[in-house]
Design a protein around this ligand. Structure first.
Ligand SMILES: NC(=O)c1ccc[n+]([C@@H]2O[C@H](COP(=O)([O-])OP(=O)(O)OC[C@H]3O[C@@H](n4cnc5c(N)ncnc54)[C@H](O)[C@@H]3O)[C@@H](O)[C@H]2O)c1
Length: 432
């Protein structure tokens, strides 16, 4: 396979699909980017982007104008099909793979002998097999992995390759991260690895599709569990009247202890969601994983109650919540505990609540409806009596103690309350 000769169809042009499509196109392949959202397609076709991601705007403009990336609302024939559509949770915490199956269905008519289909969406174990079954049913004229064939190789190869990029560094990590390439058969894994090696500099390691699916879920459940420890510790420290940040900082001086940072909960489309896929698959075994989810979710309730108590104690003070995104320096609001807390505050205190969020143009309806208003950071620092830090955006980190004008501070991210001395050894892993 040579990069310039390949035609790739990327289905789903969100936080994962668009950077992936743009990167592959920038390496010389022709990429058809597909989305069911017409506004997304129109924006990209215009050389613009609809998400905030470092350096993505320039790259998309370049590949769209050079006609290497073509934005479409339906799939077209290609050599490789990549699926990067959402895999949300239902209200009762069950994985919803409808978008993945719909995406697979949409490519079925365009498949030809020799094609490779790769699922990148974070998926419950067995989803890649379900795609294979669906495609085999829709295209009985082609052979698929696991179905009886006369030749060793199926006409269409199928693999699962999870994405583990960090928002804000996606274009760098798409190239640098190691990849876990799970084939429906060993032959499918080899084919998928050969494809990824065209644009990935990290190591591409072959495994089975089921193992690769579990690897992705495991990574996020591991992080959720570790964050739950930090969040639970922060609740315990509050209860006994000790500064959790100081405890963590001192405990982390033990050579084999690396406690993560507490926060107002855990958000985002991955860590707050994926562990439930494991709980759903093995409810009796996944006890720690379930409890960790519950601990992290309950942290938002706790933060809300503490802010409410502050408001009740100082009713004359204006309250500003700093940040509503799910993590620092991104515009992503999905599963954001900060947003959930501010929504509940706006609902109970209405126009008393002000919000500073440099990464979002307009406040979501749910906030605006209750009278919460968006203000600039300087205005907030000038006139707020209570400052609630919910997101550790760089702009908030830079605010000096003097600039806070004596406001009461509730800092759920520990960016102001405690200034740690310079570390004496390797820094503990960053949170998502
Ligand atoms: N965002 C991340 O940081 C991240 C990291 C690792 C893995 N993932 C996983 O990657 C997958 C995609 O996540 P995302 O953040 O890119 O989602 P997203 O919501 O940003 O984008 C998904 C896009 O898919 C489109 N879409 C939905 N159904 C479609 C269909 N049938 N055909 C064509 N387009 C369709 C949507 O309109 C949307 O634009 C999810 O499974 C997610 O868990 C995300």
């Amino acid at each position: 396979m040579r990069r310039k000769d390949i035609r790739v169809c990327v289905v789903g042009l969100g936080y994962i699909g668009l950077p992936t499509a743009a990167l592959i196109a920038s390496r010389g392949a022709t990429v058809v980017g597909v989305d069911i959202d017409d506004e997304v397609v129109a924006t990209i076709a215009d050389g613009r982007i609809h998400i905030a991601e470092a350096d993505l705007d320039g790259l998309v403009q370049k590949v769209v104008f050079s006609k290497k990336l073509l934005a479409r609302n339906t799939p077209e024939q290609a050599d490789v099909f990549m699926i990067a559509v959402p895999t949300p949770l239902s209200g009762n915490k069950k994985p919803v793979i409808d978008h993945v199956l719909a995406a697979a269905e949409s490519i079925a008519a365009h498949l030809t002998k020799g094609n490779l289909v790769i699922l990148e969406s974070t998926s419950p174990v067995g989803t890649t097999e379900q795609i294979c079954d669906l495609l085999a049913e829709l295209r009985s004229d082609l052979t698929f992995p696991g179905y009886e064939t006369d030749s060793d190789e199926p006409d269409v190869s199928i693999a699962y390759c999870p994405e583990r990029v960090l928002p804000g560094r996606i274009l760098i990590e798409l190239v640098q991260n190691d990849r876990c390439v799970g084939g429906m058969t060993p032959g499918c894994a080899v084919k998928a690895r050969n494809f990824y090696e065209l644009f990935v500099r990290g190591k591409c390691i072959e495994t089975t599709a089921r193992t690769a699916e579990m690897v992705k879920l495991t990574e996020n459940a591991f992080r959720d569990t570790n964050i739950a420890f930090a969040n639970e510790l922060s609740l315990i420290c509050d209860h006994v009247g000790i500064d959790a940040w100081e405890v963590i900082e001192l405990a982390n001086r033990h050579p084999r202890v690396e406690i993560l940072k507490p926060g107002p909960g855990v958000g985002g489309h991955c860590i707050a969601v994926d562990p439930w896929f494991i709980v759903d698959a093995a409810p009796h075994q996944a006890r720690l994983i379930r409890t960790s989810r519950e601990v992290n979710d309950s942290k938002a309730d706790y933060v809300f109650s503490r802010v409410r108590a502050l408001i009740d104690s100082y009713p004359e003070r204006k309250v500003t919540c700093l940040g509503i995104t799910f993590k620092a320096n991104v515009d992503d609001l999905r599963e954001s505990p900060a947003l959930e807390i501010v929504e509940r505050l706006a609902k109970s205190c209405g126009s008393l609540i002000q919000v500073v969020e440099p990464f979002v143009e307009d406040l979501p309806q749910a906030l605006a409806r209750h009278g919460a208003r968006k203000i600039e950071l300087d205005e907030a620092l000038d006139q707020s009596g209570i400052l609630v830090v919910l997101v550790d955006h760089d702009a908030f980190r830079r605010v000096s103690t003097a600039r806070r004008n004596g406001a009461i501070v509730y800092d759920t991210r520990g960016i102001w309350q405690h200034t740690p001395p310079a570390p004496t050894r390797g820094i503990a892993g960053q949170l998502a």
